[in-house]
Design a protein around this ligand. Structure first.
Ligand code: NDP
Length: 246
């Protein structure tokens, strides 16, 4: 167990951290937790009303004023991400943290029934968008004293499972991208790691396992120590790891 379970022990004071999929589920909790720990958070997601309520919750909790970036990763291009980098450099001068949290679950189905459009959408949102965004944001990450990039995987990103088709494949790709980057940026100011949240009480989990007893699942708040740890200076020497949040 690398991290301390007490979220109050982590300081992100003065850090600027972008969270994708910040409007709901684990991303929402991460944005709130990062802000409570002193970070200025950039809330990226596709549903503006959800981002606005996270914005309000951060201000109500006394956090620094967040930025809102409404963006659907499905349609976003490299130009959008370059624009995002330019805005971050202009407003903050650098980016200390990037949490790739947003992803699509898609439709679970037998291999022979995998819908081609669904396959394409999952690769676009879960893999290609993360690659393009990370590449475009490197100039801002390199300007940070220490930058932490965190990707989000899954149990099925380490071992394939029947019917999990494109989602599982996209999470293997996420682990692969993180490994390639971690090896390449070893020794630089940028570290790259992966979190597997494990079964967590969100709407995605409910779609994947509609019949299970949700009350037995960990809440997003309960898995936050690993997120805070990887974003904080406690993990400066951690690179290329894939951590379980539970
Ligand atoms: P949710 O579906 O609850 O939340 C995902 C968030 O990502 C939503 O806010 C959603 O926006 C946003 N999002 C989805 N697609 C896009 C897009 N195209 N563009 C922009 N934003 C998008 O998921 P979880 O919180 O459960 O999952 C978070 C991460 O954790 C995911 O990467 C997931 O794969 C991973 N994970 C989750 C587990 C669990 O048990 N919950 C287990 C293992 C991994 P909107 O609100 O508009 O839908």
């Amino acid at each position: 167990n690398l991290h301390n379970d007490n979220v109050a022990d982590y300081s992100l004071k003065g850090k600027v951290i972008l969270v994708t999929g910040a409007g709901d589920g684990i991303g929402k909790e991460a944005a709130l937790s990062f802000a409570k720990a002193g970070a200025t958070v950039i809330l990226l997601g596709r549903t503006v009303s959800k981002l606005e309520s996270v914005y309000d919750a951060i201000l109500a909790a006394g956090g620094a004023e967040p930025a809102i970036v409404p963006l659907d990763l499905k349609g976003a291009t490299f130009t959008h991400y370059q624009g995002l980098c330019a805005t971050i450099l202009e407003q903050f001068g650098h980016l200390d943290g990037l949490l790739h949290n947003a992803s699509l679950l898609g439709v679970l189905s037998p291999f022979e029934h995998i819908d081609h459009g669904n396959w394409h959408d999952l690769m676009q949102v879960n893999v290609t968008a993360q690659f393009l965004m990370t590449q475009a944001l490197m100039p801002a990450l390199k300007k940070a004293e220490h930058a932490s990039i965190v990707f989000t995987s899954s149990g099925v990103g380490r071992k394939g499972r029947a019917f999990w088709g494109p989602y599982s494949v996209s999470k293997f790709a996420t682990e692969g991208l993180a490994q390639v980057m971690a090896d390449e940026y070893e020794g630089s100011n940028v570290r790259i790691n992966v979190i597997n949240p494990g079964a967590t009480r969100t709407s995605m989990r409910a779609r994947a396992y509609p019949a299970e007893d949700r009350s037995k699942l960990k809440t997003p708040a309960e898995i936050m120590p690993t997120y805070l740890y990887l974003m904080s200076d406690e993990s400066l020497d951690v690179n290329g790891q894939s951590l379980d949040a539970q």
